[in-house]
Design a protein around this ligand. Sequence first.
Ligand code: TMO
Length: 313
Amino acid sequence: MNKVNNYLISVSIATLSTSAFAVESSDPIVIPTHNWSSQIVMSHIVGGIYENMGYTVDYVSTDSQAVYEAIRLGDATLEVEVWEGAYGVAFEEAKSKGGIVDAGDHPAVTREDWWYPAYVEELCPGLPDWEALNACAEEFSMPETAPKGRFLGGPVDWLKHDSERIDALGMDFVVINAGSAAALWAELSAAEKRGQPIVLFNWTPNFIEALYPGSFVEFPEYFEGCKDDASLGPNPNETYDCGNPADGYLKKAAWDGMADKWPTAYETLTNIEFSNIQIAEMAKMVDIDGMEPEEAAVAWLEDNESVWKPWAE
Ligand code: TMO
């Protein structure tokens, strides 16, 4: 983003300011941003709320798995989007070591998994069942995976363990990771234009559902222990013999020192609640409407004072 835009955004946030509250510490609240749009927009919405209250905010672009360790050590202050499918394991591990706390759930229900656009159903009868997908794996092959099918995964710091799942379920697929969210959507769009079979990582809430009909692959249903107890599930010798939760959580998390250092900001974080529709809208502003995430956050704050002001009181 250029300087003029930055300037305009600072002015807009300043004009929103009405707060006469004295902050408990003027040290920056460090908000980590990642590589998908809703998270970047939401981070700037939360940061904008804090700036409106008088706090200082810094944004740092951070690996979305390593962030839980960074928060636990106090290097980052909070996380606005803890998705159960991709980050449940990293979050729980950090929590068990101490230093990071669960700051409550958004009402949004999430799902992150293998997904295909609707036209793939005709090429592969029996979908969305995973065994039906596996029976026509070769339809999805690429020069680098043939004769196996390609599963187009997201960037490597998102959902881990797709290869373990492929092994645990004995599937004829190979994971190829896309370098960015934009690369995933570019491949989806190109495949759709040619009517070519594609199975890729997707999630909800997201803007994609407004553009492409499609479905998640139904793997053996997620169960407690699937990711850490090999003896459970259809394969008694392997972990990851299940899909991701179809009704996953979306949490907020914070450094455990936040509540002492910035108590009102921590209270605000626990009050913040976003729905599926609000999160899909944040992604849409950037991925369809072409706004910068910072601009989208300012627009959202201006249009939704009645939503966020009560969180800050
Ligand atoms: C973490 N993500 C929403 C991209 O699955």
